[in-house]
Every structure is written in C-alpha cells, then in structure tokens.
Design a protein around this ligand. Sequence first.
Ligand SMILES: NC(=O)c1ccc[n+]([C@@H]2O[C@H](COP(=O)([O-])OP(=O)(O)OC[C@H]3O[C@@H](n4cnc5c(N)ncnc54)[C@H](O)[C@@H]3O)[C@@H](O)[C@H]2O)c1
Length: 279
Amino acid sequence: MKVFVAGCGTMGSGIAQVFASFGHETIMFDREADLVDRGYALIEKQVRRQLDKGRLTQEEAEALLANLKRSTDLDEAKGADLVIEAIFEDLETKRDLFGKLDKLCHPDCLFATNTSSLSISKIAQGQDHESRLAGMHFFNPAPVMKLVEVIRGAKTSDTAIDRIADVVRAIGKEPVLCQESPGFIVNRLLIPMINEAVDLLARGVASRDDIDQAMRLGANHPMGPLQLADFIGIDIVRNIMEIIQEGTKDPKYQPSPLLDRMVKDGKLGRKSGEGFYKY
Ligand SMILES: NC(=O)c1ccc[n+]([C@@H]2O[C@H](COP(=O)([O-])OP(=O)(O)OC[C@H]3O[C@@H](n4cnc5c(N)ncnc54)[C@H](O)[C@@H]3O)[C@@H](O)[C@H]2O)c1
C-alpha cells in the first residue's frame, strides 16, 4: 500500500513507523520540513533502540527507514491507497485538510482520522469521500499498543469499515468496532474509572496508595488509576471527562473538583514533575 500520514507529531510518527515496518510505502507529511524531520528523527531513535536490543536486524531497520518518504507537499497524497490524519485536534483544521485531500486522492482511497474526541460525521460532512472516512484511533505509543478502535461515522460505508479493519489486522494490530460516541470504548470506560478514584481520594475514603494497590491486586490492573492518571496527564484526564460530559449531557461525568485544582496548580502528572505522585 501507499500510505499518506498527515501530521508527524507523537501519533503521526508512531503510525508512520508501524506502516513502514510492515513494508508499506509511507509518506510523512506536515506543515513544515523541520516538523517532518522531527517526526522522522523520533522514528530513527526508536529504530536504533530496537536494533540495540536485537529486536530488529540491520537489514530490517534499513528497510523500515527506506519505506519512509518525507514531504510538505500535499500533492504526494495523489496516489495514496490510505490517508491517515493525525494533525491537531481541531474540527476546522481537520475538515480543511480532508477537503483538500478529497479533490486530490483517487476515488478508491480510504480516509482515516486518528481523532480522540471529534465527531467523524462532522469531519466528513459535505465531502465527496464521506462514505470512505472512518475513525482509526491508535493508542500511544502506536508501535507498541495493539488496539485500534475503528469508528463509524453516520455515513461511513460497511465496505470502508471492513477495509479499515483489514488494514488494522495487516499491521499486526487488533481492531474493535465502535459507533461514534464520546470517548469511544476505551476512554469512556477508563477515564470515568480514574475520575472515581480521584473522587474517593478527595472524599478521604482511602489513601492514594491504597486506591492504587486495590486496583492492582483486586482488579489485576498493571498500574493503579492515580498512577495511570499521572502517566496520561491530569489535564488530559480532565479534558476527556469534559468531552464525555458535553457529549452525553450526563452529570455523572462531572470531572472531580480535585482534578480542576490540580490543573490550576500545574500538577499535571509525570510531565510536570508532580501529580498524585512526585517524579
Ligand atoms: N497523543 C495521544 O496520546 C493521542 C492518542 C490518540 C489519538 N490522538 C489524536 O491524534 C491527533 C494528533 O495528536 P498528537 O498527540 O500526535 O499531536 P501533536 O501535536 O504531537 O502532532 C500534531 C502534528 O500535526 C501537525 N499539523 C497540524 N496541522 C496540520 C496541517 N493542517 N497539516 C499538516 N500537519 C499539521 C503539527 O505540525 C504537528 O506536528 C489528534 O487528533 C489527537 O487527538 C492523540
């Protein structure tokens, strides 16, 4: 396949790495050359690490990197079989990009968005390829995480869903199918669970360590919910709760006031040096 990945940030570079490692010609596209190069450098670093650990041979590493092409020219999408968009989480920015791609790509090209929270239907609305656009929600880090949520918009065709699910299997990952809905499956279950843990802590029902220990040993989670919140980012957790609350209009998804306070205090988790734990 020829795969065009738009956006070379955290997700785009990881997604490009996955496709290149499975032998697909992969175009890495971003707004400026240095942004594309930054994404490519992230992949090079990962590949070097895999080489050092003996998980890749020299030949495999070279083949992977040779499958990557860097570009700031949208015209490169012309011959693509699949476009995956991993640009900023902004509806108009995504609609604008897909609008341009609509006119460039051949009529059989599949379009996928890696959006975490936006409506697939709104992204696709009014475009010629509406029926060929679906959500393809990778998890971070994309080369490691096995799951891809495949999200159906109002007009996404069965054929597009089937083809995207096949692509997911062909890159060694597992698809799960989901109608578009706030938080899809994983975030809808995971983030409210974390919010409950924060609420238990805020109400003094149990200590931080006991809450995390309880879920590690009692539910076999590899990491406690408060530790996981630090890992994800406290601001991101609160933001996803807001998205679920807005989307469902259900007050049960109200973010815990403790999350608000932590964001105000700059306690964002690992990335800021302090969240529920200190780093
Ligand atoms: N980070 C995560 O854990 C995660 C997980 C799943 C899904 N997502 C989703 O993936 C998408 C990307 O997230 P990210 O964390 O990789 O963001 P990021 O900020 O790391 O990267 C976004 C990249 O897109 C580029 N970009 C922005 N507008 C563009 C345009 N018009 N044309 C080309 N390139 C453009 C930016 O220059 C940047 O390099 C978002 O929709 C996000 O919601 C993120």
